[in-house]
Design a binder for this molecule. Structure first.
Ligand code: ZN
Length: 121
């Protein structure tokens, strides 16, 4: 049985195997931004998002907000850190994306659908 891809949460959701935060509200070194609603955006050292989300971020926050933004075409896989990543349309707003991750070593996969919050009790 394969081990699941590790997911940590505290002040956001974090994938330690990829050193990647998912929709963090605070500035992080590396982040995936699922869509351009303001509760999902902060300035990060490196951001992964869809091309449409990048355009919306630039329109709202200025070009400097996207200096270190990487984009990928829909459903176009790319490799990073022993994983295959691809963005899939989420259907929430223009440019909203889900992040699909497959670990190459054993095929374990994870789909981050975006646009949800961790509620603390
Ligand atoms: Zn939203």
């Amino acid at each position: 049985m394969k081990a699941p891809i590790a997911v940590r949460h505290g002040q956001g959701i974090f994938l330690p195997e990829l050193d990647l935060w998912l929709d963090p509200r605070q500035s992080r070194a590396r982040a995936f931004v699922s869509h351009a609603h303001s509760d999902h955006f902060a300035r990060h050292d490196w951001t992964l998002c869809s091309a449409a989300t990048r355009s919306l971020i630039e329109a709202r926050y200025g070009g400097a907000a996207s200096d270190t933004v990487a984009t990928s075409a829909w459903d176009e896989p790319f490799q990073e850190g022993g994983h295959v990543l691809r963005l899939l349309p989420a259907g929430h707003i223009l440019g909203s994306a889900m992040l699909h991750v497959i670990r190459l070593a054993d095929g374990a996969s994870l789909l981050y659908t975006g646009d949800f919050e961790i509620i603390r009790k």
